[in-house]
Design a protein around this ligand. Structure first.
Ligand code: PLP
Length: 488
């Protein structure tokens, strides 16, 4: 008995719409590539991906009969395309990139790179049970802060220390612990916005503290603070104006003078330093920044700073200072909500340990190593990688080696920049050169390891200060333009 031939098949045999040249789902699943993809992604996911690919090809065939009729689509090719679709969908959104923006501590690219001993410590903490809150001596409960307290106190000269999720959390927790329901006095010149919605007045409000502003944007005097202190005042707050600088006719009150006033009037002094500098950077030839130890010595009751800015560790926020206010912090239920996990505590403790030997810090701490990289070293690197870049992006662009300025980033030292060297790319087109550069920047971001530069002055600049993996960079460039290709 002959089965009736469906009309569609009749139509194809009569002239065809090309769809008969497509393999069946089953044939794709049974192909060599299909078997491999099933092993990797599972039968259900792969079958769905194959169906989607075939549906796309069928639609294309109906839209453009001639084009598809000219090509027979092999089962292997469909299997490969479906496998690529699944691999693409499974690719993590959090991916490594080459940071050639010229900003060493780039907040959007994850700030400080972690030193190798800290990476190793974090990995060890992930793999094994840890003495996170366990005292091996007594066999009973221990304290999470124990792992960083000793080092932080030794490095900053403080009586006590703790670490929480980030510096924003440290500021929130310290303010809330010292001033809940009462008042904090802050200079108008220090009511900063750090970016990423960290605005000091908002944090003060959420900490449950009333903000009392004193002085003016450019000038605040000790007498302004003194006049504002009343029965409701819990603390004075000094804030490092991280990402901007007021120049000209200015005055602010040094922390040491505020500490004297605070003690006389029976209120606390809190100092938010922003970037936590634990050693005098001038000894390495960088611009001087006040260190945490200096802020502690100036007499603040509590000092807060970040773990992943100039300190060069994992994201964290440190609070160091006197024992009595720290007891309030330790009793605060918010602390539990803001605490660090074992992985970051391990990385933080290992990073702090590197500071025990400042002579070797510049070689061990990636942030410092990158900041100290010499112009001539970067220039030699530029000479070596320029040909690979020029070859990859083609004759439509000129690649030159040009001096540029790197920034530290993350609000650390906003005015100081560091001499560096960039591969400077310019479009050779007469028209739409800007558009060509934007498209090039997008293509570089589509590389297997995306390359992120910065556009300015009709140039795409790739600042090589933070390029450390030369070989990997060149291999990566060889893949330029090979975006996931579609089927015929
Ligand atoms: C960066 C900064 C913060 C926020 O620190 P995070 O670690 O990013 O939360 C707070 N205060 C100052 C002065 C800063 O510079």
């Amino acid at each position: 008995m002959t089965a009736p031939v469906p009309w569609k098949k009749q139509k194809r045999e009569a002239g065809g719409d090309g769809a008969e040249r497509l393999p069946s789902v089953d044939r794709v699943l049974r192909s060599e590539g299909g078997a491999e993809a099933i092993a990797e992604f599972g039968r259900t996911a792969f079958t769905n991906a194959v169906r989607e690919r075939l549906a796309g090809l069928r639609a294309a065939a109906q839209a453009d009969v001639d084009a598809v009729a000219a090509a027979t689509v092999e089962a292997e090719a469909v299997a490969e395309a479906a496998r690529r679709d699944l691999a693409e969908a499974a690719r993590p959104t959090l991916r490594p990139v080459f940071n050639l923006t010229g900003t060493v501590l780039h907040t959007n690219l994850g700030r400080a790179l972690i030193a190798e001993p800290a990476v190793a410590a974090a990995i060890a903490a992930m793999r094994a049970p840890m003495t996170l809150e366990f005292d091996l001596g007594s066999g009973s409960r221990g304290e999470r802060d124990e792992h960083v307290r000793g080092l932080l106190c030794a490095l900053t000269g403080s009586e006590d220390a703790t670490a929480v999720n980030n510096n924003a959390a440290a500021v929130l927790l310290a303010l809330n612990s010292l001033g809940l329901g009462r008042e904090v006095i802050v200079s108008r010149g220090e009511l900063i916005e750090i970016g990423g919605s960290f605005r000091l007045p908002d944090i003060v409000l959420r900490a449950g503290v009333r903000l009392v502003e004193v002085g003016t944007t450019n000038r605040t005097h000790l007498s302004d603070y003194a006049a504002a202190i009343g029965p409701e005042t819990a603390l004075l707050l000094k804030v490092h104006p991280s990402n901007y600088r007021i120049e000209g006719f200015t005055a602010s009150v040094p922390a040491a003078a505020l500490a004297v006033l605070a003690r006389e009037r029976g209120v606390k002094l809190m100092h938010d330093l922003g970037s936590g500098v634990l050693v005098d950077l001038a000894r390495y030839g960088l611009a001087r920044e006040p260190t945490v130890a200096e802020a502690v010595a100036d007499g603040a009751d509590l000092v807060t700073f970040s773990g992943d800015k100039l300190l060069g560790g994992p994201q964290a926020g440190m609070i160091v200072g006197r024992r009595a206010p720290m007891e309030g912090i330790n009793r605060n239920p918010l602390k539990r909500a803001l605490r660090l996990d074992k992985i970051r505590i391990a990385a933080l403790a290992a990073t702090l340990a590197l500071y025990r030997n400042p002579e070797r810090l510049a070689e061990r701490l990636p942030t410092l190593r990158l900041l100290l990289r010499s112009e001539s070293e970067i220039s030699d690197l530029a000479e070596r990688v320029r040909p690979a870049l020029a070859a990859a992006i083609g004759a439509e662009f000129a690649v030159e080696i040009a001096p540029c300025r790197s920034e530290i980033g993350s609000g650390a030292m906003p005015v100081e920049t560091i001499a560096s060297v960039a591969l400077s790319i310019r479009s050779l087109r007469e028209k739409h050169a800007g558009r060509a550069l934007t498209a090039l920047a997008a293509s570089l971001r589509r590389l297997p390891v995306p390359v992120v530069g910065r556009i300015g002055g009709q140039r795409l600049l790739l600042d090589l200060r933070c390029l450390t993996e030369e070989k990997r960079f060149i291999e990566n460039l060889a893949r330029f333009g090979q975006d996931a290709a579609g089927l015929p």
